[in-house]
Design a binder for this molecule. Structure first.
Ligand code: 5MM
Length: 347
């Protein structure tokens, strides 16, 4: 037991509370700018601030969102009238999260593979973020499926880094979100994705155990088991849900309080539908953990596109953000139906 054990347990539980999921808005400047460019928004710090303000001031956000993951630039920003974003989140009842990795870099000697960096100085950064009000953190490892990859070297390097990050977070009072993403890009089958996700989760939990990470004080953020985007044989939603649950049951300890998926480039409807089926009685009854979302694109997509950098569009963009949060909240309880897509109304 450390001074933080009870706090970590209760934060982890709150992050995956019923009806709620996590809003990932931790795009690095590079990724955020890439998304802005696609819809014609200026790639400036001020535009990023306005956009993150739009997200965090969405009315009733805390009804559907338990916590939001910020980027280092964002956690230091304020609203137009000078209120720190961290105070806006506290008022909304949204737990403050922070991305602490510094990105996926080429893995030496392993063409086509990445390893996520950011361990240097991490203990001090965690202490600063805790002081600023953060109560959880996130680190994303990227696993690519291709000819002869992923290699065991890539899986082990990424899992080892994830485990060292998670141990440091728990030491410093932040609940670690452990995010091993198996990319959806490629023409691989669902069988191949299942095999790689199995290897990945197995390696990650072995490393977490080896580093002494407490499973009841973390949240897992995996990708779903799904055919590659370019695979001619696309998976059915039922298949995705069943394979994903099987893979999780084979690898994730029961003491982990919750699993919060990334959307990984699925459409907004697919991301809601897959989550919904996983929460249907026949599947969720086999699971010891809560199953919810930690989506970025599948919550933000339509709202960002509508905003397009124009202050006149903020209200409607917030309706769209709230609507996606509402759909995914329903899906996390097995209560989503495609009919909900017709009713984007601000609660
Ligand atoms: C996989 O990306 C994470 C979840 O987002 P999606 O639901 O859109 O797949 C997301 O949190 C990601 O880690 C952040 O956008 C940060 O990405 P970068 O590449 O900027 O570190």
């Amino acid at each position: 037991m450390s001074q933080y054990t009870e706090e970590l347990r209760s934060t982890a539980k709150a992050m995956v509370a019923p009806n709620k999921g996590i809003l990932a808005m931790d795009e690095s400047n590079r990724t955020c700018n890439k998304r802005f460019q696609k819809v014609g928004i200026d790639t400036t710090e001020e535009k990023r601030r306005q956009y993150r303000q739009l997200l965090l001031t969405t009315p009733n956000l805390g009804d559907y969102i338990s916590g939001a993951i910020l980027y280092d630039e964002t956690i230091r920003q304020k609203t137009d009238d000078g209120k720190p974003f961290t105070d806006v989140m506290k008022d909304q009842g949204v737990i403050i999260g922070i991305k602490v990795d510094t990105g996926a870099k080429d893995l030496a000697g392993h063409p086509g593979e990445k390893v996520t960096e950011g361990l240097d100085g991490l203990r001090d950064r965690i202490a600063e973020y805790y002081q600023m009000g953060a109560r959880f953190a996130k680190w994303r490892a990227v696993i690519t499926i291709g000819d002869g990859i992923p290699t065991p070297a890539c899986l082990e390097a990424n899992a080892h880094a994830l485990a060292r990050y998670a141990a440091l977070c728990q030491e410093g009072g932040l609940v670690p979100i452990v995010e091993p993403e198996v990319l959806i890009d490629g023409d691989h089958t669902i069988d191949r994705c299942h095999e790689v996700t199995n290897q990945t989760l197995n390696t990650v939990f072995n490393q977490l155990y080896a580093q002494g990470v407490a499973f009841d004080q973390m949240v897992l953020k995996p990708s779903m088991v799904i055919a590659g985007k370019q695979c001619p044989q696309q998976s059915t939603p039922q298949e995705v849900a069943e394979r994903t649950i099987q893979c999780l049951r084979d690898n994730v300890p029961a003491s982990v309080p919750g699993i919060a998926f990334l959307s990984g480039g699925q459409t907004v409807e697919q991301a809601a539908q897959h989550l919904n089926i996983m929460n249907s009685e026949s599947l969720i009854s086999q699971c010891p953990w809560r199953i919810t979302f930690s989506y970025a694109r599948a919550i933000q997509g339509p709202g960002m596109e509508h905003w397009a950098g124009d202050a006149n569009n903020v209200k409607k963009a917030q309706e769209l953000i709230q609507h996606r949060a509402q759909c995914n909240s329903a899906a996390s309880m097995g209560k989503y139906s495609p009919d909900m897509e017709k009713q984007p109304a601000m609660a």
